[in-house]
Design a binder for this molecule. Structure first.
Ligand SMILES: [Fe+2]
Length: 181
C-alpha cells in the first residue's frame, strides 16, 4: 500500500504539508490519488443511493391498492434505513479529504439509476416493486466497484461500509423480487 509522503515525521511540518488555515495535510496512510479515486467512487455510490432513497420514499407516499398496508410500511422501513446510511457515505467522503455532492443536479449526473417516472397514475404496485428491485441491484453494482477500489488501496473503513451496504441492498432486492414471484 502506497503511503502519503507528506505530514509525517518529527519536527515542524513543511510548508507543503500545511493547508490554508494552518490545517495539516491529510496523512492517513493512503496516497492522494487513492483517496481521490475512492472518494469519486463513493460520490457515485451516494448519487445512486440518494436516488433510490427518494424513489422509495415517494412510493411510500403514492402506493395504492390491495397491497397498500404491506408496501407502505415496507417502503418506510427501507427508506428510513437508507436515509441514515447516506450520512455515513457522505462523511466517509469528507474523511478522505473531499467534499460530498449534495445537489439534485450532481446526483442526476452521477447516478446510474434510470430516472423512471413514478407509476402514480395507474397505481401499479407491481411496477413500483419492479423499479425498486432493479434500483437496489444498481446500487449493489456500484457498491461492488467502490469496494474493489477500496480493497486494492487497503481502505478497510470504506470496504466495511460498502460491505454493509451490499448486505442491505442485496437482501432488499431479494425481498422485493419475492413479492413478484
Ligand atoms: Fe410516512
Amino acid at each position: 500500500m502506497a503511503k502519503s509522503k507528506s505530514g509525517s515525521g518529527a519536527g515542524a511540518p513543511s510548508k507543503a504539508a500545511m493547508q490554508a488555515g494552518g490545517a495539516p495535510a491529510i496523512d492517513i496512510g493512503l496516497s492522494a490519488a487513492q483517496r481521490a479515486k475512492i472518494a469519486d467512487g463513493l460520490s457515485h455510490f451516494l448519487a445512486d443511493a440518494y436516488t433510490l432513497y427518494l424513489r422509495t420514499h415517494s412510493f411510500h407516499w403514492n402506493v395504492t391498492g390491495p397491497m397498500f398496508n404491506t408496501l407502505h410500511l415496507m417502503f418506510e422501513t427501507q427508506y428510513t434505513e437508507q436515509w441514515t446510511a447516506l450520512d455515513l457515505v457522505a462523511e466517509r467522503i469528507r474523511a478522505l479529504g473531499y467534499y460530498a455532492p449534495g445537489s439534485y443536479a450532481e446526483f442526476a449526473r452521477m447516478s446510474s439509476l434510470k430516472d423512471e417516472p413514478a407509476p402514480t397514475d395507474s397505481a401499479d404496485w407491481r411496477e413500483m416493486v419492479r423499479q425498486l428491485t432493479v434500483g437496489n441491484e444498481a446500487v449493489c453494482r456500484t457498491a461492488r466497484k467502490v469496494l474493489k477500489t477500496a480493497d486494492g488501496a487497503g481502505d478497510d473503513p470504506t470496504v466495511d461500509l460498502m460491505t454493509q451496504r451490499l448486505q442491505v441492498h442485496e437482501k432488499t432486492a431479494w425481498m422485493l423480487r419475492s413479492l413478484l414471484q
